[in-house]
Write a protein that binds this ligand. Structure first.
Ligand code: ZN
Length: 57
């Protein structure tokens, strides 16, 4: 059920993953995935929530 990471296909291009870059096949795929992840985290849907007005009224 749980295969070692190096036996799974690269989640980006479906090639055989390399142990050095598991679960990816290469640094390129790993970096591409990391960049996508960072871009997703940097996108903030909606206005930013300020946290300075929690004193009640
Ligand atoms: Zn790949």
């Amino acid at each position: 059920m749980s295969l070692p990471a190096e036996l799974r296909p690269c989640p980006r291009c479906r090639k055989a993953a390399a142990p050095a870059y598991a679960p990816f096949c290469s640094a390129a795929c790993r970096n591409r995935d990391l960049l996508d992840w960072l871009e997703e985290r940097h996108v903030i849907p909606g206005p930013p929530v300020e946290n300075g007005e929690a004193q009640g009224h």
